[in-house]
Write a protein that binds this ligand. Structure first.
Ligand code: PMP
Length: 445
């Protein structure tokens, strides 16, 4: 297998070796989990495909881990970025793309009135938590959910992956990274998505809580539980604690107005990223004025120091990221049928994958919705992240990604698969075909 890859993709392997002497993490997988054994270094990307330096072409289901909903090098994005560069990209001064992006975001999300822009999903989560603390008179504790990832901050990472503790219905917080501040762990209450009785714990801690933070549709298991979200909204209203939706993945991907528009549950704040930057770094916190305005300056900086939540950032709201993001949102807004097409492509492909595994008697579960796929080799359904972690064969998932590379498909080794609006029926058929071939080879080897 290694020899085969070395023959097919020598330049990727050479680049990886070169990168290793300076870069701690040559690829996304190295950055997050483990060194990719068979990395793909991309020379060019367009539509639903990427091409490496040795002329191999892959149908890509990584999608940059989220931003490229329209596919790579979409003409609208290329035009917006080219024009933006030609005009001279600016940051730290007033610029029209920033105003336009903020208007698009606020118009898209139900109940949103204001936006604060930043540079990533992680920053959006950091800012949202701080806004809630500011609005809640300094109450500091954050309630979050096991297996929900919220970016690289110490608190966002608590109980987000790999480790869990406590009973299923009474999880305990665990640090998400070596070196994380233990105070962030102690200051986090961890709940279980879908567990309505477990929401009682929010009442027990109501006086300490700054906010409740969650992915309304958890990416790791691709589950959506509208009654649970309604119950959570009700409890938050009763105890007066702001509800924060992390729609960094789902925002503009599941629907133009995010998961909240699908289930009809309004959060107080929404964290955004990925799609809203059109592939350039961008994040945002959007929400009701009463909350987001804690970051608004008055005329007196000394008085502000006492009551204003700081939300600065050199490149926040830079004209290039905002122009790229606004171009994507305009394209999505002008083509409302795009979501139904993505859903149809997703259902078709998920069906083909299930059928291929089923025909071979392989225990493989595919949960898919609105262009997001979660695939595990497991007999049991995994509603909770901890079930997925203990009950599925991760080595097989990683092996699948490598086998698929030999058949012209670029899957992430460990992440949800994402399709884009640019994937053609032929692309998706190629994926289904490669999957069947890969399963045959994996069971034979
Ligand atoms: N929240 C969610 C749900 C995410 O999936 C991610 C990124 N994968 C983030 C926050 C953090 O975003 P970023 O990587 O842009 O900091």
């Amino acid at each position: 297998f290694a020899e085969d890859f070395a023959v097919r993709a020598p330049t990727s392997l050479r680049l990886r070796e070169r990168a290793r002497s300076t870069l701690v993490a040559p690829t996304h997988m190295d950055r997050y989990f483990f060194p990719s054994a068979f990395p793909v270094f991309v020379r060019e990307a367009s539509g639903g495909r990427v091409r490496d330096f040795d002329g191999n072409e892959y149908v890509d289901l990584c999608g940059g881990y989220g931003p490229h909903l329209l596919g790579y090098a979409h003409p609208d994005v290329v035009a917006a970025v080219t024009e933006g560069v030609r005009r001279g990209q600016v940051n730290g001064v007033g610029n029209l793309p920033e105003v336009e992006l903020a208007e698009l975001l606020v118009a898209a999300l139900p109940g949103a009135e204001r936006a604060v822009l930043c540079n990533s999903g992680s920053e959006a989560v950091l800012l949202a938590i701080r806004m809630c603390r500011g609005a809640r008179g300094g109450r500091a504790k954050v309630a979050k959910f096991e297996g929900h990832y919220h970016g690289l901050s110490d608190q966002g990472l608590v109980s987000s992956w790999f480790r869990f503790a406590g009973e299923r219905d009474r999880p305990e917080p665990v640090a998400g990274s070596h070196g994380a501040d233990p105070a962030a762990v102690a200051g986090t209450l961890v709940l279980q998505y879908g567990d309505v009785p477990g929401l009682e714990r929010l009442r027990e801690h109501a006086d300490e809580l700054a906010c409740v933070l969650l992915e309304p549709m958890p990416t790791s298991v691709v589950a959506l539980d509208p009654p649970f979200l309604l119950a959570l909204r009700r409890v938050c209203d009763e105890i007066g604690v702001p509800l924060v939706f992390d729609e960094v993945v789902s925002g503009f991907r599941v629907a133009y107005g995010g998961v909240q528009s699908v289930v009809g549950v309004r959060p107080d704040l929404t964290c955004l990223g990925k799609v809203i930057g059109g592939g350039l770094p961008c994040g945002a916190v959007v929400g009701r004025a009463g909350l987001v305005d804690v970051a608004r300056s008055t005329r007196d900086p000394f008085q502000d120091y006492e009551r204003k939540v700081f939300a600065g950032g050199t490149l926040s709201g830079n004209s290039l990221s905002c122009a790229a993001g606004a171009a994507v949102l305009r394209r999505l807004r002008a083509d409302p049928g795009v979501y139904a097409r993505l859903e149809a492509g997703t259902e078709r492909l998920a069906g083909a994958l299930r059928e291929a595994a089923g025909r071979r008697g392989i225990a493989c579960r595919v949960s898919a919705r609105s262009s997001i796929f979660s695939l595990t080799f497991s007999h049991r359904p995994a509603r909770l992240y901890r079930d997925r972690l203990t009950g599925s064969d991760f080595k097989a998932t990683i092996a699948l990604a490598y086998y698929m590379r030999r058949h012209g498909v670029h899957l992430p080794e460990l992440h949800a698969f994402l399709i884009s609006a640019a994937h053609t029926a032929e692309d998706l058929e190629l994926v289904a075909d490669a999957f069947a071939k890969s399963l045959d080879e994996m069971t034979a080897d």
